[in-house]
Design a protein around this ligand. Sequence first.
Ligand code: EZ4
Ligand code: CO
Length: 403
Amino acid sequence: MVKIVDARVIVTCPGRNFVTLKLVTDEGVSGVGDATLNGRELAVASYLSDHVVPLLIGRDPARIEDTWQYLYQGAYWRRGPVTMSAIAAVDTALWDIKGKVAGLPVYQLLGGRCRDGVTVYGHANGETLDETLIEVGRFTDLGYRAVRVQTGVPGLEKAYGVSPDKLYYEPADATLPTETTWSTPRYLAHVPKVFARVREEFGPDVRLLHDVHHRLTPIEAARLGKSLEPYDLTWLEDPVRAELQEGFRLIRAHTTTPLAVGEVFNSIWDCADLIREQLIDYVRTTVVHAGGISHLRRIFDLAALHHVRSGSHGATDLSPICMAAALHVDLSIPNFGLQEYMRHTPETDEVFPHGYRFDGGFLHPAETPGLGVDIDEEAASRHPYRPAYLPVARLEDGTMHAW
Ligand code: EZ4
Ligand code: CO
């Protein structure tokens, strides 16, 4: 029997923090998995080094599902972002190894291609309306067919999703959380005007998306969805916090703007009701935060039965390993919707050499065996961990609010 003989947890900060698991077999085959949980990275690194690595040494790398069940059921303490990101890293690395052993790209092991390429969307953002329009144009010029539009709100100093680093937007920007201010009335009054102008300038073909980042109540979200209907959004993302999911019934009753949810979900149980009741249109769970390729497939298969498509999160805090893994899943499922794609910096790309490529609005995974991505451990060691937090938000009177 082939055995796992080495399991390394690599923490590196080529501009932002990433946690990576690398597994090596006694035949010298290696596999990689992303375990990055933005702002809480070291908790997952410890979960892996202290509690998972000792269980992996000596195991058969071919038993992907059995290892998943061993770690999930064996922990007794189920679910949660830390546990599920750790399990995801193991699962992803084992799929990488299986692909390399089989001599096939992972999407072939998942059933083969369902499409020619993976349609991706980029993030356009601007402080002002004029700057936002320029940024949308930058993405359409690069060939993107879908663009997420975030914009500054008059009267608020820092809006979610607006940053001076246009192509490489990075929210975890400080060693202590940056304080930002939020006003729902100012936001609701402004956003429809922005989308009116974007549609006017760019016409009906480009797909437009917008991320509310969990900031509204259901009735406020319903109003926003209604006011955006004329501008034909592909989706309105995270309109409300998704802990209390009954709220989606109220939103649904009022608007035909499609809804996308799930970047903070970590298991099928977080989205099963939303999917079965057809309360959402896109589920945004990812390889890294939702238990790896194996569990993500399970979520997307359930979604396929209920007219829900995939829309995996793909921000810069998900490493190129996660992106590569996502592309293999995206290519092989019948109900793919759209894949988020924020570009990584050249420093990050150097640490994670990869074969996926962007072409005319599509991403294509590498055709090499496995995931087609690796970690350059020497390059990684040149970028030590740096504490970094996501921002927080308060209302204008100082009350804490969802960031
Ligand atoms: O704020 O990934 O849709 N994308 C997002 C992201 C999240 C970050 C948090 O780590 O909402 O930009
Ligand atoms: Co989001």
